[in-house]
Design a protein around this ligand. Structure first.
Ligand SMILES: [Fe+2]
Length: 287
C-alpha cells in the first residue's frame, strides 16, 4: 500500500507537516500540523493550518486522524483547529501521561490539569494499528527525543517524528526532560528494521552542510547507509557519546515554553481566566 503523501513545510519553525491520503478512498490523516505563533506579540495565526485545510477540501478528502508524533517543543499544534474545521480524531503516544506529569510540575499546573491523556481522542501504544480508509497504520513507540515519541508506519511510508532527520543532518536531540540517547539509538533500530525501500518522512529540516535546499523525504536504505550520526552500523557507544556531547552545546528552541504548555493539552490553550483572557506561563530557571 502506497499512500499519497503531501508535505507542508513551515519555514518559521523548520517543521514539516504531512497529509497521508488513501489512494483508494477519500480518507486522509494529517501528521504534525503547525499553529503559527508570534512569540513577541503572543498572537496565534492559522495561516499554515488554513493552507492544509484548503488542500484537503480542494481534493474533497475526509479527515480521519490528526496524528502527533510527540509533544513538540518548537511549534504549537493546530490539531484542535483542524479537528474543529474538518473532524477526525487526535492521536498521540500513550506515554503522553509521562510528559504531562513532568511538565505539569514544571508549569505548576495544579490538579485541574489532567495528566491522563484525556485531552486526546486516542492514546496509541507500540504494536497498535488503525485504519485511514483502506490503509493500515502501524504504531511504533520510538522514544529517546521524548518519552512519548511515536513513529506511524502507513503502508510504505514511515512518519518518524523527531528520531531520524535527513541522512546528512543526522538525528534528533535527546536532552529534553525524559530524553535518552541510548533509547533513541534503540528506537532508530526499530525504524531501520523496516524494509529498505520504506519511505521516511522527517518532521524537521534545517538544511545541512553542502545542501542549500530543504528536504524531508528519504528511505530506510539511505538512512542505514548514509546517516551521519547512526548510519553504517555506528555503535551505541559512539552514538550516545556523540549525541550527548552535541546536545550539551544546543540552546533551547525559541518556542519551547509556549509549545509545551499548549501541546501537552492536545493543542488547546490553558483555561481562560474570569475575564475570558488566556495566559501562558514563563517559568524561571526551570528548564
Ligand atoms: Fe520535537
Amino acid at each position: 500500500m502506497t499512500p499519497l503523501v503531501k508535505a507542508f513545510f513551515d519555514e518559521a519553525t523548520n517543521t514539516v507537516s504531512y497529509v497521508a491520503r488513501d489512494p483508494q478512498s477519500s480518507a486522509c490523516a494529517i501528521i504534525d500540523p503547525v499553529l503559527d505563533f508570534d512569540h513577541a506579540s503572543g498572537r496565534t495565526n492559522t495561516a499554515s493550518a488554513d493552507i492544509i485545510i484548503s488542500w484537503i477540501t480542494g481534493q474533497a478528502l475526509t479527515l480521519d486522524w490528526v496524528l502527533e508524533s510527540h509533544v513538540h517543543a518548537d511549534h504549537l499544534s493546530a490539531a484542535p483547529y483542524l479537528q474543529e474545521k474538518l473532524g477526525g480524531k487526535i492521536g498521540i503516544g500513550a506515554n503522553i501521561t509521562v510528559v504531562q506529569d513532568t511538565f505539569g510540575k514544571v508549569f505548576n499546573e495544579g490538579t485541574e490539569f489532567q495528566r491522563d491523556g484525556s485531552q486526546f481522542d486516542a492514546l496509541l501504544s507500540h504494536g497498535d494499528s488503525f485504519h485511514i480508509g483502506q490503509m493500515q497504520a502501524d504504531v511504533l513507540h520510538t522514544p529517546g527525543h521524548t518519552p512519548a515519541c511515536m513513529t506511524y508506519v502507513i503502508g510504505d511510508a514511515a512518519f518518524v517524528g523527531d528520531t531520524l532527520f535527513m541522512p546528512d543532518f543526522g538525528t534528533a536531540r535527546c536532552d529534553f526532560p525524559g530524553g535518552s540517547s541510548a533509547q533513541l539509538y534503540a528506537s532508530i533500530q526499530k525504524i531501520l528494521a523496516l524494509p529498505d525501500e520504506t519511505r521516511i518522512f522527517v518532521c524537521h529540516d534545517y538544511k545541512a552542510p553542502g545542501r542549500d535546499e530543504f528536504a524531508w523525504e528519504t528511505t530506510v536504505g539511505e538512512q542505514k547507509a548514509l546517516n551521519v550520526h547512526i548510519g553504517n552500523g555506528r555503535s551505541i557507544e559512539d552514538f550516545t557519546k556523540m549525541r550527548d556531547s552535541r546536545d550539551a552545546t544546543l540552546g533551547m528552541p525559541k518556542l519551547i515554553l509556549p509549545s509545551l504548555q499548549v501541546n501537552m493539552r492536545a493543542g488547546q490553550m490553558p483555561e481562560p481566566d474570569e475575564q475570558g483572557d488566556v495566559f501562558l506561563k514563563l517559568p524561571i530557571n526551570k528548564i
